[in-house]
Design a protein around this ligand. Structure first.
Ligand SMILES: [Zn+2]
Length: 101
């Protein structure tokens, strides 16, 4: 059983959570000024990292609040979870941690 730490509820079973893609995406300030390829990049393309990745999660079967996490895609290990209003932690501090569970 994999436990995920909700920033508000503490450790809960992973079945209570849902994944919602990459975190900290920058919204287009003026979409009308983007070319079609730029708009396509903005709408469809996301980082597909092998290693540490900033992600959005939701405690959908708990408090229903959103939060962000740093997950290692090689091991599925969540290194840290934090509220969405908090700036992203520097992932370099997790680079040296082993990727095993
Ligand atoms: Zn929660």
């Amino acid at each position: 059983m994999l436990l995920i730490q909700c920033p508000w509820c503490g450790n809960r079973d992973q079945t209570e959570f849902s994944y919602h893609g990459e975190a900290h995406l920058k919204r287009a300030q003026d979409p009308q000024q983007l070319s079609e390829p730029q708009w396509g990049d903005y709408v469809f393309f996301r980082t597909n990292a092998k290693g540490l990745h900033y992600e959005r999660w939701r405690h959908s079967h708990g408090c229903r609040r959103w939060f962000n996490a740093i997950r290692d895609t090689r091991s599925d290990r969540l290194h840290i979870t934090y509220p969405p209003e908090q700036p992203p932690p520097d992932r370099q501090e997790f680079e040296s941690e082993p990727c095993g569970k």
